[in-house]
Ligand binder design. Sequence first.
Ligand code: PLP
Length: 436
Amino acid sequence: MSTSNKITNREVAAKQKELLFPCVATYYEEPIAFERGEGCRLWDVEGNEYLDFFGGILTVSLGHGEPRVTQAVVDQVQRLVHVSTLYPIREQVAAAERLVQISPIKGKQKAFFTSSGSEADETALVLAKVYTKTTEVIALRHSYSGRTLVAMTNTAHSKYRALPAQVPGTVHAHAPYCYRCPYGATYPSCGVRCAEDIEELVLTCTTGRPAAFFAEPILGVGGFITPPPEYFKVAVGIVRNHGGLFICDEVQTGFGRTGGTWNGIEHYGVEPDLVTYAKGIANGFPMGATLAKAEIADAFTAGSIATFGGNPVSATAAATTMAVMADERIPERAERLGARLRGRLDQLKDKYPLVGDVRGMGLMQAIELVEDRTTKAPAPAKASAFSEACKRRSLLVGKGGLYGNTVRIAPPMLVDEAQIDHACDVMDQAMAEISA
Ligand SMILES: Cc1ncc(COP(=O)(O)O)c(C=O)c1O
C-alpha cells in the first residue's frame, strides 16, 4: 500500500478486506477511510469533509479531538503509559471518583476497569453470579452486550452470534419494543405485558432463583428501542422478588446521552445494583467500567487481572472527559439539543410514509423505515439507500435494529444548533430522494 498522501478510500478498504477478518464489517458501498477529526467533523484520506452524526458508535461523546481531553492525554503519554493494575495509580482512582459521582447507584460503590463494553458486561455478569451464588440471567431479546462468549450469549440478535449460546442459564424476555409489540398490543392498554411476563419466564425457564436481570435502558444496537415509562419498575421488581440483582448496561445510554440525567435508567426511577459503562466514557479512548454496590463488589475476592484496565492513558482520558462533561452540563445540553433534533425527526415522519417510527431520548434518536405503515414490513434496503444518500451529502448516520431498517442518530454531544439543523435538512433531502 502506498504511503504517499495520495492514498484513496478504495485502496485502504481493499487492503482491509485482504488483511482483516471479514467480520469487521464496514458501512457504505464505498467505505470511507478517515484520517482526521475535529468536533463533529471528519476528513477522509482524500480530503473530503463529513458531518459525523454517529460519533464512532456513540463513543466520541464530546467530539473528535476535544482539546481539553487531547491535552490531558498528551501530557499523560509523555509522563507514564502503563504499569498494570499491580500498582495503584492516581489516574485510575480519579476516574473511579468521577464515575461514582455520576452513577445511578446510591451509596457506597466500587469500580472495576477494563478496555471495552464486552468486558464490562462480562465482569458484571460474573460478579452477579459470584454474589448471588446462582447462575441464571434474564436478558432481553434484541439486546447487544458484546463479542465475548458470555456477552455474546446475552446478546439476542442472531447476526452477532457467531456461535450458539455458550453459557447455560441465560434466558431472554420479550423486548419492550412498543412499535412491534410481541403481543400485538398497544401501550398503555397493554398493561406492560412484556415486563409482567418476566414472572412467568422466571417460573418456567429458570430454577426460580435468577442471579440477575440484565438490560440496556434503551436497546442501542437493537435500534434504540425505548421502553415505556413503567417498564423497569415492573421488570426489576419481579426479578428482585425472586432474589435477582439488576445489572444496567449504560454503555450507550450513559454520560448524559439520553438528556436531562447522567444515566438512561434515571428516566425510569429504578436504582441498579450494578452498572456497566464503556463507549462514551473516555471520548474515544478504550475504556470499560463496571460499578457495583460495595457489598456486592466485595464478593469478588478471586484474582482478576485486566492488564490494560484503567491504564494511565485511558483513565486520564476518562476522568478528563467526565470533568469536561460536568463543566459543559452535558445532560442539560443533550436534553435541549435532543428536543430540537427530535422535533425535526417527527416532522420527517409527518412528511414521509416510509418513516414508521421515531423514538429515543435526548441525543439518541432513531427512525425506523417500513415499506408500509399498516403491515410495518421492515425496509432495510431503504435504510441503506438513506444512509448512502446522506453520505453523498456529507452526513454520516448509523444503522441498526434486528431487521437493519433503523437509522440511528447520535452526534457528539457538543454538537450545536446549526449542525443539528443542517443534518436535519440533509436527512429531509435524503428522504425525499429515496421516496421518489
Ligand atoms: C449496550 C452495549 N453493551 C456492550 C457493548 C460492547 O461494547 P464493546 O464493543 O466496547 O465491547 C456494546 C457495543 O456496541 C453495546 O452497545
